[in-house]
Ligand binder design. Structure first.
Ligand code: FAD
Ligand code: NAP
Ligand code: SF4
Length: 674
């Protein structure tokens, strides 16, 4: 009965020699486990959970066909029989769980972070410190053979197929694009020569693996860089790839060096499915579309409206292994939705750490963070229903404890209720919907509108109290801080106060940036995808190769100054994968960012500051304070005095550098041990 809600998404896909149970492909993600101790055993548990959760076809993180192609020294490659054994752990686990899995073959080319980086031409990538060596004709032949050998080894390891990574600006893409291929031999120059490496890869992989093996080719359908492919070239390449033996074509959007956001939370849902739709009907094999598809209704609509035959989702399977099963069982409202924050997945990987997920700390830690029934169920109180408290209460209740979750506010969510009001962060509301549904289902007694005191809690006889009471915003010691033009970020975002036309923001951390976005965002009645394309310069008509056009000039609706005392560049501390997007947007809107600021006073004239030894007065109507936070833990002392066992989590524990990633992780981990 429930299958009817998503009939297109859940329909099987017949590939002739094999059938996928539905149209859901779990897209390739490098998790870091590929290189970690016992990594393949842990990867097996990670993928098996997703296979049990109903995914139609899993694609692994990228595995290099040779040492030139590894992302960095020591990164995963599949080059010989001895390495097959550990891959068997993965394929056996996935097959035992009823799933199918393909291994992605990724040669990074000039994106490699090691001295052995190679490329069609010795042209350094703007995002890499390394100038690659030009591949000789012999090197090219050897590399093609390495692809074929790698695919053969993957087949003998039990994979159901391979994905040949031909997009995102990696080696194959570097051969295809004019801007990275200046060769004058048979591998460069004309379009036919530039795509020869891609086609030869597919041909040799097919020749090695035989007909009954899935070959996905990930094709860059929108390069988003100067000198990328034209639409006609993309169609011609897709047809040739089919001819060369591919079973499925997956969509690649944007090179890694593109300066256009493609997966961050401010990218509208399904913002790039139009690209795949253009190719529908041009080839005879199934097409997969991708990017910012994170809900079953969106995926269903994408397929039903003819944008693609299959949908690829990657991060949504970090957030919830059971995504497909929940959708199929009519429990889509229980899906833990990926909010596209990148904070615990891509940002962690770029810091050299293992991937996990902000909303699901168990992702990639399936063997380590095990949630088991409590040996002796207890009566627990969790005070504060922000991210830390919600996560703790849910996990504790799932373990069998009797949990009461209190919050002084009328709704759950804590500061996430502020975050979700920031334009471009609307996805954060999904986390609140998830917790609301799950807390209910797990039997947590939710007491909203209850400001707890230590005496109440002690009297109620709880066996353990978890303080998840969050933070209080810091009020800096600036003369005039009591002036009526001073507004706290809470009052501004909640709508208790409205800012005028000229605003200074004291503090340029994550919240200062969000407040600047909030203040400068201009609503209009354009379709959100159209608006996104125009703001960032994406041309759906492919007037230029790569799909670029001039971005529209957007001005903010207010004059805003974003200030910090540190001498470092404003926004330097923002996350690697999203900080540049936030800086670029605010600059486009004319926000003035000043560092090395001393705050002198606030008065009727405005905010008086000193920068570079120069005194000036910013003639602002309002000053919004975003100067960090202090822990809120006034209940602790009273509870300890009454000998009630107490734990502190989230902001109540440490406010400095607090984010929801730490709050949810800490709440879950504490609950796993209570
Ligand atoms: P809180 O969320 O502060 O929750 C504490 C709760 O305790 C509150 O609901 C409060 O009402 C309740 N409480 C306090 N005292 C009592 C009492 N005595 N009795 C009952 N209830 C009480 N983080 C990210 O990771 N990524 C982001 O993109 C991000 N964006 C943000 C944007 C904005 C605008 C803001 C304000 C924050 C953002 N954050 C973001 C930060 C994130 O929301 C916090 O780190 C997180 O909410 C902290 O969780 P917490 O549970 O410790 O505390
Ligand atoms: P924050 O990142 O610590 O930034 C606080 C800002 O206030 C800094 O710019 C700091 O810079 C300034 N400041 C600190 N003390 C001050 C004082 N006494 N007087 C004047 N200025 C002072 O904190 P936040 O912006 O409040 O954010 C809280 C947490 O939420 C962050 O840790 C962040 O991780 C999380 N968050 C994340 C996101 C995200 O998108 N990932 C978004 C929002 C919030 P100077 O000291 O140089 O002046
Ligand atoms: Fe999605 Fe954020 Fe989790 Fe990454 S960390 S999977 S972006 S919710």
């Amino acid at each position: 009965m429930h299958q009817n809600a998503y009939p297109h998404l859940l329909a099987p896909l017949d590939l002739g020699f094999t059938t996928l149970r539905n149209r859901v492909l779990m897209g390739s993600m490098h998790t870091g486990l590929e290189e970690a101790p016992q990594g393949f055993r842990r990867l097996a548990a990670f993928y098996a959970e997703r296979a049990r959760g109903g995914v139609g076809l899993i694609v692994t993180g990228g595995i290099a066909p040779n040492q030139d192609g590894v992302v960095m020294p020591g990164a995963a490659a599949l080059e010989n029989e001895a390495q097959v054994v550990k891959h068997r752990l993965v394929t056996d686990a996935v097959h035992a769980a009823g799933g199918k899995i393909a291994m992605q073959i990724l040669h990074t080319g000039r994106y490699a972070y090691h001295r052995g980086a190679v490329a069609p031409s010795p042209v350094q990538a703007p995002i890499s410190p390394i100038r690659p060596r030009e591949l000789s004709a012999e090197d090219i032949e050897r590399t093609l053979d390495d692809y074929a050998r790698c695919a053969g080894l993957a087949q003998s390891a039990g994979y159901d197929g391979v994905e040949v990574m031909g997009s995102e600006g990696y080696l194959i893409n570097q051969f295809i694009a004019r801007q990275t291929n200046f060769r004058e031999d048979g591998w460069g120059g004309s379009f036919d020569n530039r795509i020869r490496f891609a086609l030869e890869t597919v041909r040799r992989v097919r020749a090695t693996t035989g007909p009954n093996f899935i070959i996905i080719f990930r094709l860059s359908m929108l390069d988003l860089v100067e000198g990328g492919s034209t639409w006609d070239e993309i169609v011609a390449l897709a047809r040739a790839v089919e001819e060369a033996g591919a079973s499925i074509i997956n969509t690649g959007i944007g090179w890694h060096e593109a300066r256009i956001p493609t997966i961050a939370t401010m990218v509208p849902r399904a913002a790039f499915t139009w690209v795949t739709k253009r190719l529908m009907g041009q080839v005879g094999i199934p097409l997969v579309t991708t990017n910012r598809i994170n809900a079953p209704e969106v995926a269903e609509e994408v397929i039903a409206s003819g944008c693609a035959d299959m949908v690829s989702m990657a991060r949504p399977f970090l957030a919830d292994a059971d995504f497909v099963n929940k959708a199929a069982a009519g429990r889509a409202d229980e899906i833990n939705t990926c909010i596209a924050c990148n904070q615990a997945c891509l940002d962690e990987i770029f810091e050299g750490r293992l991937t996990y997920c902000l909303v699901n700390p168990r992702a990639c830690r399936e063997t380590e963070l095990v949630i088991e029934p409590a040996a002796a169920p207890k009566r627990l109180a969790v005070v504060g229903a922000g991210p830390a408290g919600m996560a703790c209460a849910l996990t504790a209740a799932e373990r069998g404890h009797w949990v009461t979750l209190f919050d002084a506010a009328a709704e759950i969510g804590g500061q996430f209720n502020l975050a979700r009001r920031i334009p471009g962060k609307e996805e954060f509301a999904e986390t609140l919907r998830y917790f609301d549904r799950r807390l209910n289902g797990a039997g947590v007694s939710l007491q909203l509108g209850r400001e707890c005191t230590a005496a109440d809690l002690a009297e109620a006889g709880f066996e353990h109290v978890v303080l998840a009471t969050g933070i209080v915003p810091r009020r800096p010691d600036v003369p005039g801080i009591e002036h009526e033009k001073v507004i706290s970020y809470v009052d501004l975002i909640e709508g208790y106060r409205v800012a005028g036309a000229r605003v200074a923001i004291i503090g340029a951390g994550g919240i200062g940036f969000d407040v600047a976005e909030f203040l400068t965002h201009v609503e209009d009645d354009r379709d959100e995808i159209e608006r996104f394309q125009s703001e960032w310069g994406i041309d759906p008509d492919f007037g230029n190769p790569g799909g670029l056009k001039a971005p529209s000039a957007e001005r903010g609706r207010r004059q805003v100054w974003l200030l910090q005392r540190k001498a470092a560049k404003v926004g330097d501390g923002l996350a690697k994968t999203t900080g540049w997007i936030r800086r670029t947007l605010l600059k486009k809107r004319g926000v003035q960012m000043l560092s090395g600021v001393t705050y002198e006073r606030i008065d009727d004239a405005g905010l008086h500051i000193v920068v570079d030894g120069q005194r000036q007065c910013l003639p602002v109507d309002h000053v919004v304070i975003c100067a960090g936070q202090e822990p809120r833990r006034e209940l602790e002392e009273g509870l300890r005095a009454a000998a009630v066992p107490v734990s502190l989590i989230g902001g109540a524990d440490v406010a400095n550098e607090l984010d929801a990633k730490r709050a949810i992780d800490q709440g879950t981990r504490l609950a796993a041990t209570l």
